[in-house]
Design a protein around this ligand. Structure first.
Ligand SMILES: C[S@@+](CC[C@H](N)C(=O)[O-])C[C@H]1O[C@@H](n2cnc3c(N)ncnc32)[C@H](O)[C@@H]1O
Length: 225
């Protein structure tokens, strides 16, 4: 098999390009995760992306690209992260594999998707990963980071998940092109503090993270004196 088509070699190259240090076990876990998606996809409709090559780039590398940005934000602290509308576990499972210090809960309204995440946690031996079958609106958290990818408008994302965000927590929304119209439509209770461009290995498409937090009104008790 040539290096160009070998998923393992491509994963190592993608991680190196992103500056992520992946151990052998983590590489094996990420590739096994893709195999589990492919297996479960035969029975359950977990994701529309079915081609192994597209899964590697559009799912795995795309989610991997968010990891260095997340680590910069958390500073390597042991935080709780909620991945909203996680579907097949993107980016939640990839974060759980790459960042063992982060506890990841993946929530989805579809029971079979939450069950899949539970199965991934068992088979990949990830004690820091959990699948929750629920609507995000029902969750109280608190989570220091609330993430989403391909989920909803920024306004709906922050409104529905506001109850789960810890005091001082941040929202991480993975988007394609910088979503200017969605940014302009954010509710007053939230503010975007950084739009961070991402480069996804082997993908020539625009990607970014919109980082948001609660807006603190001057003079409110949370703003301090
Ligand atoms: C388009 S999929 C994205 C899946 C995954 N994040 C990805 O990037 O491939 C959106 C997911 O959000 C879930 N969802 C929709 N509304 C939800 C809600 N209120 N709470 C939790 N999950 C929700 C859907 O069931 C679906 O699996």
């Amino acid at each position: 098999m040539s290096a160009a088509s070998d998923p393992s070699a491509r994963l190592v190259a993608a991680a190196a390009a992103l500056g992520i240090e992946l151990g052998v076990r983590q590489q094996e876990q990420l590739l096994a995760y893709l195999e589990l998606i492919a297996k479960w996809n035969k029975v359950y409709n977990l994701t529309a992306v079915r081609d192994p090559d597209e899964m590697l780039v559009q799912h795995l590398f795309d989610s991997l690209a968010a990891v260095p940005a997340l680590r910069r934000q958390t500073g390597g602290r042991a935080v709780r992260l909620l991945d909203v509308g996680s579907g097949a576990g993107l980016p939640g499972v990839v974060i759980a594999v790459c960042c063992p210090e982060i506890h990841v809960d993946c929530v989805d309204t579809v029971g079979k998707k939450a069950a899949f995440i539970q199965q991934v946690a068992v088979q990949l031996r990830l004690p820091n990963l959990r699948g929750l079958h629920d609507r995000v609106e029902q969750l109280a958290g608190p989570y220091e980071v609330v993430s989403s990818r391909a989920f909803a408008s920024l306004a709906d994302f922050v409104t529905w998940s506001e109850g789960a965000l810890a005091a001082g927590g941040v929202w991480l929304a993975m988007k394609g092109k910088r979503p200017d119209a969605e940014l302009a439509a954010l509710p007053p209770a939230a503010e975007a503090f950084h739009v961070e461009q991402l480069i996804v290995p082997e993908l020539s498409a625009e990607r970014c993270i919109v980082w948001m937090r609660r807006r603190i009104e001057p003079g409110s008790p949370a703003a301090g004196s």
